[in-house]
Design a protein around this ligand. Structure first.
Ligand code: GLU
Length: 282
């Protein structure tokens, strides 16, 4: 069974870029009689808001999309993330990181141009690999990526789209692709899990066979495949699609000055207009 998912974070109203992603996943599922799932990625408790979650349901229903209920919410999945984390810890592949934001900023120097996910972690706390956090001292948990990569054999992923590199088909996950992300955070000091761990655990739990998402997440796929291999989870197929940009060529973001679907709807646009605006034929 073909299972797609759309996994927005309720940290703002959806815009045309989200519509394109959701519609692309929906159409792929529809073409094969598959399932389209919605998942609410509300791990960022500081920024997630119930009104944005309501907005997600409203905007997607207006576009004509439907999904099985109840939807998965990451805020309710702490036990599953802790279980995965404990398994990676038992393999000796994680370490507690007590670096503060200020430490990271100082180590990184000037911010790198175009670095989507911020600077790569310099590995200050890596000598603690295999160790546990000190009780009473809050720590993030990171994955020792180089060590983890040694535990898995020839990792690849299947790209159904063209991705930002134009490569398609079977793509090798090499050390350079993993090093580009560095030792990713698996859990933060104040949250049950961070994005990379949660998305991998949840895609598997929901039986997702096809991950359709923007090409801004292409660089994250190597570490997702690494985590899947370590945790013995199946590998979905990936389709990284082009990003929707504004007239000035900038990526849309959840900023007030980027037109939300709500604003466009209130201005009288129809779901068909939205499809046309993002370059979908029907
Ligand atoms: N929650 C992520 C976002 O809103 C998407 C994650 C994914 O598709 O893997 O950007």
């Amino acid at each position: 069974m073909h299972v797609e998912r759309f996994a927005p974070s309720p940290t703002g109203r959806l815009h045309l870029g989200h519509a394109f992603s959701a519609l692309t996943a929906w159409e792929a599922a529809e073409a094969t009689g598959g399932i389209f799932r919605l998942r609410i990625e509300d791990l960022d408790i500081g920024r997630a808001r119930p009104e944005f979650e309501d907005g997600i349901f409203e905007d997607l229903r207006w576009l004509g999309l439907r999904w099985p209920e109840p939807v998965m919410r990451q805020s309710a999945r702490g036990a599953a993330y802790q279980d995965a984390l404990a398994r990676l810890g038992a393999m000796g592949l994680t370490y507690p990181c007590t670096c503060t934001r200020a430490d990271l900023a100082a180590a990184a120097g000037a911010p790198q141009e175009g670095a989507e996910a911020g600077p790569v972690y310099p590995g200050t706390c890596r000598p603690r690999t295999g160790g546990a956090a000190t009780p009473g001292k809050p720590a993030a948990i990171r994955l020792d990526c180089a060590l983890a990569a040694e535990r898995v054999r020839s990792l690849t992923f299947t790209e159904l789209g063209a991705g930002p590199t134009g490569e398609t088909g079977e793509i090798a996950v090499n050390a350079a692709a993993l090093a580009a992300l560095g030792d990713v955070v698996l859990t933060r000091k104040d949250a049950a899990a961070a994005y990379h761990l949660a998305v991998v655990v949840d895609d598997a739990a929901e039986g997702v066979t096809h991950v359709t998402r923007g090409e801004d997440l292409f660089a994250s796929t190597p570490v997702h495949r690494l985590l899947q291999a370590l945790l013995g989870l199946p590998a979905p197929l990936y389709r990284h699609h082009r990003l929707i940009r504004d007239a000035a060529g900038r990526r849309l973001a959840k900023r007030a000055d980027d037109l939300s679907l709500e604003t466009l709807r209130e201005a009288g646009l129809t779901p068909t207009d939205i499809r046309r605006a993002v370059g979908l034929r029907r």
